[in-house]
Design a protein around this ligand. Structure first.
Ligand SMILES: Cc1ncc(COP(=O)(O)O)c(C=O)c1O
Length: 378
């Protein structure tokens, strides 16, 4: 019966209302192309929102990471230190560049990269005769990593730092925006993110020349000549003007979406916080989380059901939930990759469950989801 009603997705798109108006304006301008006033406007707004002075709008967050690694000259023989507890889009470009990942475990306090493990990984890398080429920590599920310590380590050791803020647009770190303590950062506007452009991403940097070279690379690296001439091999990674128009509309409601996601986290906490064996991802450890997803941990013995049993019970009601990201060092494709630590990420993968967190979720939906979870336990 429940299967008949509309599915509750984990994190569906939620339009604010002005997106079509921006798309209409994009059509009127006839910039139906991977450039135009909406792309320029989006870059300007993102600079204002994030505090990064230089922004490049692209067709994916993955593309942003790829360009950053290319610009840093990372390639075969290089080693990049990256969060293990993350989505593969954070590190796939390291592999595409022909470099190797050395994964770093999460800390229990924030679920993001453990700065102590990072220090250990740098030492291990150097012992093996390799200088780390970059560090990529992920701001997990909208929570900023410890950029004060990680940034301090990278500056001291002279290692470029690219913060993967794909999930944390609108979140805070210290007094600034998520990622703002890093040299460079990436964002994603994928359909499941806190705001979406229907797919897209951005590269953020404090370095003008860095962004300008990536801009050049992102549009097939055309040299300044009337004919087609190339001294570099580039990519077709630029954002479309129509996609940017959707993003412009969505940016208008970003603050509201952060408030709503945080309220959803509070709503789950109020309804489920007393359950034995139930825990919540820590929040606001180094800044203000955007609570992109509400993530819980379930201790099977104390609660009386495993995270997978809960997931299947929700599925019976046509409600989507998902396990926490499977750490990269546990992925078959990265079997044998160097790793520092691992127990924290493995434990969070075993006990974690991401609950529906879309901002259109009503109180009734929350009640239903939480009643189902309560019933599933003892
Ligand atoms: C942590 C993380 N990194 C990178 C990405 C890649 O972004 P995109 O899907 O826009 O390529 C995502 C999301 O999809 C992500 O969650």
């Amino acid at each position: 019966m429940a299967k008949d009603r509309e599915r509750i997705f984990l994190s569906p798109p939620h339009m604010g209302g002005q997106e079509l108006e921006y798309v209409r304006k994009a059509f009127e301008s006839n910039f139906i192309a991977p450039l135009g006033p909406m792309v320029d406007g989006l870059e300007k707004r993102l600079a204002e929102v994030t505090g990064f002075p230089h922004v490049l709008a692209l067709n994916a967050g993955t593309a942003a990471m790829h360009l950053a690694l290319h610009r840093l000259g990372i390639g075969p023989g290089d080693r990049v230190l990256a969060s293990s507890l993350t989505f593969i889009g954070s590190v796939s470009s390291v592999t595409h560049r022909g470099a190797e990942c050395h994964f770093v475990d999460a800390e229990a306090a924030s679920w993001c990269m453990d700065p102590d493990a990072l220090e250990e990984a740098i030492i291990a890398c150097r012992k093996g005769g390799q200088e780390p080429a970059a560090v990529i920590p992920t701001d997990l599920y909208g929570q900023s990593c410890d950029l004060e310590r990680i940034g301090g380590i990278c500056r001291r050791e002279g290692i470029p730092l690219i913060c993967d803020s794909a999930e944390s647009l609108g979140a805070g770190w210290g007094e600034g925006h998520a990622g703002s303590g890093a040299d460079h950062a990436i964002l994603s506007f994928n359909g499941n993110k806190i705001i979406t452009s229907s797919g897209g991403g951005a590269l953020l940097s404090r370095d003008h020349a860095f962004i300008e070279f990536c801009r050049f690379l992102s549009t097939q690296a055309r040299d300044a000549a009337p004919h087609y001439q190339h001294t570099h091999v580039g990519y077709n990674f630029r954002m479309s003007n129509i996609v940017a128009a959707v993003g412009m509309g969505q940016l208008e409601v970003l603050e509201e979406r952060v408030r709503q996601r945080r309220a959803i986290y509070d709503g789950y906490r109020e309804r489920l916080g007393d359950l034995p064996g139930f825990g919540f991802m820590p929040r606001d450890v180094y800044g203000r989380s955007n609570c992109w997803l509400t993530v819980v941990t379930i201790d099977e013995e104390a609660f009386g059901a495993s995270p997978e049993t809960v997931r299947l019970a929700l599925e019976e009601l046509n409600i989507e939930s998902r396990p926490v990201w499977k750490p990269m060092h546990m992925q078959p494709v990265y079997a044998g990759a160097p790793m520092t630590g691992g127990a924290v990420g493995e434990d969070l993968f075993r006990r974690g469950l991401c609950l529906p967190s879309g901002t259109a979720l009503g109180e009734d939906d929350l009640d239903q989801i939480c009643e189902c979870i309560r019933r599933t336990g003892r």
